[in-house]
Design a protein around this ligand. Structure first.
Ligand code: BGC
Length: 314
């Protein structure tokens, strides 16, 4: 039997049909357009029907799950705020349900879904307590408690990217200041890379970009730091320091068996993980703590986690 999993992001919507082994057997992607929930739901439905009709045709799916980069209400029906999608108070589950009246539809936060995927066949297999941080445009937090996806006491948690890291610090997309997201997202690394490029015309950041801000992103900063640019390295070290501080709080609150780090920034590999682990060890209250590892599900985490929402609801 197959389930549909949908991962809505600020630029694209990834859609997949997932089998019982949690493999994506068919997939497609369409651009995300800020055209309102109903139209987005209709576009998704059209795409799912196209996937079903591919030869050999798949007769039916048993559920549709969708994950979005934002907070969901306690009935897991309404997208309260997904800033990157321009969704505020959107009854998206009902809108999608209208397209699939005869099968169950599930809605969850993207990082919660990604944590579920890691539990299914990734870094959290066999874990009872685990935390995923996704470092991308935003910072997502997915928590596994008691071997299940945890969505908070009233359904809104856990927004780990919006824990306050620096009181009164950098502005965050949520309207607050000093959030983990404002220091540990790929967007934050890009912002700090651009600032450093302007402040240091002698840097590799400046030479390689030709002073063009549009050439700088998180990967660019990491690559310059890896190539030995002292300015980029200072930016990256500060980034890792903030990430270590965020992880320390998570270790102290939950003592997870595993903290996995996902998102584009984790492609830096040991260049990120070695100093990150050292930074955590240096300040950690415990002499030992759970492993800090890269997430393994990569770009498929959202689709697979969304498809698994049906299991999590049981
Ligand atoms: C949102 C989260 C989301 C994360 C990753 C943050 O800005 O508040 O809900 O999980 O980005 O997409």
């Amino acid at each position: 039997m197959y389930r549909a999993g949908i991962d809505i992001g600020g630029t694209s919507i990834k859609i997949g049909l997932v089998d019982d082994k949690l493999e994506i057997v068919r997939r497609s992607a369409i651009p995300f357009q800020c055209v309102g929930g109903e139209k987005v739901a209709a576009m998704i439905a059209e795409e799912i029907h196209k996937l079903l009709k591919q030869e050999p045709a798949i007769e039916s799916i048993e559920s549709v799950g969708v994950v979005v980069p934002g907070s969901i209400d306690k009935t897991q029906s309404i997208v309260i705020d997904a800033h990157n999608l321009g969704f505020h108070g959107v009854p998206f589950r009902a809108q999608l349900q209208a397209q699939f009246p005869s099968i169950p539809v599930y809605l969850a936060n993207d990082a919660d879904g990604a944590a579920l995927a890691e539990l299914g066949r990734g870094a959290f297999e066999g874990c009872k307590t685990a935390v995923l941080l996704t470092l991308g445009t935003g910072v997502g937090g997915g928590v596994i408690l008691g071997g299940r996806m945890f969505s908070g006491g009233t359904g809104l948690g856990a927004e780990l990217g919006h824990m306050t890291l620096v009181n009164g610090g950098e502005a965050c997309t949520c309207g607050n200041h000093g959030c983990v997201e404002a220091y540990c997202s790929a967007s934050a690394l890009k912002r700090d890379g651009i600032r450093a490029m302007h402040a240091h015309p002698e840097s590799m950041l400046c030479a390689k970009s030709g002073g063009d801000e549009s050439k700088i992103d998180a990967k660019f900063v990491i690559d310059c730091a890896k190539e030995g640019d002292a300015v980029a390295k200072t930016v990256f070290d500060a980034y890792v320091d903030h990430l270590a501080a965020a992880c320390i709080s998570i270790v102290h609150i939950l003592d997870p068996e595993v903290i996995a780090i996902g998102g584009g920034v984790c492609h830096a590999g040991e260049f990120l993980f070695e100093p990150l682990r050292k930074g955590i060890d240096k300040k950690c209250f415990f002499s030992e703590h759970g492993a800090i590892v890269p997430a393994v599900m990569g770009n498929d985490a959202g689709i697979i986690g969304a498809a698994m929402l049906a299991d999590n609801a049981k």
